[in-house]
Design a protein around this ligand. Sequence first.
Ligand code: 13P
Length: 406
Amino acid sequence: MPIVDMKGMLEHAYQNSYAVGAFDVVSLDFVTGIMTAAERSRSPVILSLAEPHFAYFDFELLMSAVERAAQRATVPVAIHLDHGASTESAVQSIRLGCNGVMVDASHHPFEENVRLTLGVTQMARGCGIPVEGELGYVPGVEGEDAERHPGELVYTSVSEAKAYVQRTGVDFLAVSIGTVHGRIKGNPRLNYSRLEEINEALGIPLVLHGGTGLADEQYSRLISNGISKINYYTALADTSGARIQQNIQSGRQGYTALVGGVAESIAEEAECCMHLWGSAGLADEVLKNCSSWAPVEHLIIYNADASEKEVHAMMSEGKQVLSQIPGVRAVFTGDAVQQGAQYRFSWLVRFCHSAVIDSYRDHPDHIAFADNLFRPIAGDRISIDYRAVEGSRSLSERKSAVRKSA
Ligand code: 13P
């Protein structure tokens, strides 16, 4: 269960004036550290994967660990694509398990930003996935996450924000109100009155990028003006680096010795944030108030009026085509193990969300495959969609499973 609908999670934060940390992960130590912090402080959390960081890890491999960590958690977790570069990136991230996406077109002129973001929201709607858009520009100044965000700060305009949300239908808006990515140089010029006006005009959860390095009272003023998700990375990277430096200074050698304690340093930093931003202690309330994120299995069993060779060729084509449709996570196709089974062949298509039942059925690639290759030979078939059912493990059983595998 603990993967929850990110829209419900952030609406709860928005209604109750706290912010959920969206921590960018770049390694297993980050996943472990952030989840340890969330479990220790009983906080909802967002595990974020930023496309500009994909040069540092294998996205597909790390996503397996991220999804597993979220599934076995006892606190509510959402998995988010941060700063995606295109609709294709968003489709791929949904296939790999993200249940919230941001495609960042904030460096483009307004009309182009609207056009690109609209493409993402139209695709994501059909997958049941909420979308974060960004308007205005949050640059980098110096330090770990800065160089990927070149250029000057552009504050978000209230009238453009209204038009942007209306035209794109984004669920959350990342605003630029004076923060920067990376280490902050000097005192940031935060424009609280602009934020207040944007919040009044929109009434949707707002997102802060460049979360590292603000003072406690700055965070609380931002949160009381609608910031419900805080993106945070550089401080986690810096505390990890400091820990490695300490290990070197104490004469340690070898990989495991040098990275020893990194996950715990990350946990301490993230836990501080969770307390500071007001999400600590709210895990159970969020679990009660949010829908769990349940995949759907689209099952077809059938007999075919064709040779086995023809059926296998059709299966192979279908697997190729259907697995590319947005919201499809995996396609299994098989022959019955038992000779004489009532139905000889199967498809098992895993959708990320029940919304995909309709968008998949109506997708032109599905229609073309089904009408031209599948239905003509598979007249005798049964097709049913199944939603995953929650296991009956109690919270204390799940907590003890997390402790054992930690
Ligand atoms: P910092 O690196 O400044 O914490 O910002 C992270 C961020 O905004 C990622 O989207």
